[in-house]
Design a protein around this ligand. Structure first.
Ligand SMILES: [Ca+2]
Length: 356
């Protein structure tokens, strides 16, 4: 097995080294978009009689038709956003073959929509709560807070801000995001390399270690899997039975990689997140990792009490029955209930018909 791997590597290196004998790429965009055809151009393919170029990206193998010296590659789907390599396999009419290898990055298919919101209500929030995680169970709001020596998990009456139950963590624990799974409360730590499993009364039932994720930042779930952010562009997918990290996807918008993904919330089939140090939410398609919409919440910061410990927006909780989103921030004295104003989807055009 080991020798087979070495052999394929040597073979690949040899193939790659004998590239560009007869042609080279003259146009190759570094930035590709999901599900969008990409044209690349070579020099003198036409004169040499090459009709079709085969390519491979991950497990996708396909062909691109040549028009002049440009080759139109079909839309790429079902592969993660982020960095990739493509191999072009060129066969000339006389049987000579070449391989050209290039790197590119796959971004979202279109720029994010800009969604608006309406403030439904404002409620009191503990001004000393360094909010990390926020999630509803019915009308009860669960919240985790961070900082060494101040980390806690609590449940509150969202209308009054009254704390119904609170438990502090040990002083060497910096708590992060939380999610509710069955009868348990899962709370991350930032850099302690593990999360805690608590019951709804906050008794500790166990711990779970992190896998390849770097740190603990945010959690949410969709009743099938648990999603975890780690402060990078990655969202990890955890098996809810074992809390093992099974997979991840990268989050990209049309123009940029989304780093520092923080608190998470599952809302009607999408993952809402706030980005650390940005007073905005991003709406992520969990099937592709694309940012489909952004919601600018910078106006909310102007409505909270300004004091020396005031920190960034963090904390998103969806109230299913009310259909509203609750957002707050670290040491904010308010929690806002928002109605998100999603534009109506544009219906597809009716097919053209000559029949009356
Ligand atoms: Ca949340």
């Amino acid at each position: 097995m080991k020798y087979a791997r070495i052999f394929s590597l040597v073979f690949l290196v040899l193939l790659t080294r004998c590239t560009s004998e007869r042609t080279k790429l003259t146009h190759f965009p570094q930035r590709w978009h999901y599900d969008t055809p990409t044209p690349v151009a070579f020099d003198n393919l036409k004169d040499q009689g090459v009709k079709v170029i085969k390519f491979r990206v991950d497990s996708i193998i396909g062909g691109g038709a040549r028009v002049g010296d440009t080759v139109y590659l079909p839309p790429l789907r079902d592969i993660p956003l982020g960095p990739h390599e493509i191999f072009f396999y060129i066969t000339y009419p006389d049987g000579h073959r070449e391989v050209i290898r290039k790197k590119f990055t796959l971004y979202a298919r279109k720029p994010p929509a800009r969604w608006k919101y309406r403030i439904v209500a404002e409620y009191p929030h503990d001004i000393h709560a360094f909010t990390q995680g926020l999630e509803f169970s019915g009308d009860t709001l669960y919240e985790s807070t961070g900082l060494y020596g101040k980390s806690s998990v609590r449940k509150t009456d969202f209308r009054t801000g009254r704390i119904l139950k609170k438990k502090n963590f040990e002083s060497d624990i910096f708590a992060e995001g939380l999610t509710l799974w069955g009868d348990s409360v899962l709370v991350l730590t930032w850099q302690n390399g593990k999360g805690f499993i608590l019951d709804r009364k906050f008794n500790r039932l166990g711990e779970f270690p992190y896998g390849k994720s770097k740190e603990g930042w945010g959690l949410c779930h969709n009743d099938r899997v648990i999603y975890k952010s780690d402060g990078t562009e990655k969202i990890w997918i955890l098996d809810p039975r074992t809390l093992e990290e099974k997979d991840y996807f990268n989050v990209y918008a049309y123009q940029n990689k989304i780093k520092r993904i923080n608190e998470l919330e599952w809302v009607e089939g999408k993952i809402y997140t706030n980005i650390w140090q940005k007073n905005a939410l991003a709406v992520i398609n969990p099937d592709t990792g694309e940012v489909e919409a952004v919601i600018d919440l910078s106006e909310l910061v102007k409505r909270v009490k300004h004091h020396p410990d005031l920190d960034v927006l963090n904390g998103i909780a969806y109230h299913k029955e009310r259909g509203t989103l609750f957002v707050t921030g670290k040491n904010w004295d308010k929690i806002f209930e928002l109605e998100i104003l999603r534009p109506e989807p544009v219906p597809p055009p009716r097919p053209f018909s000559l029949k009356p």
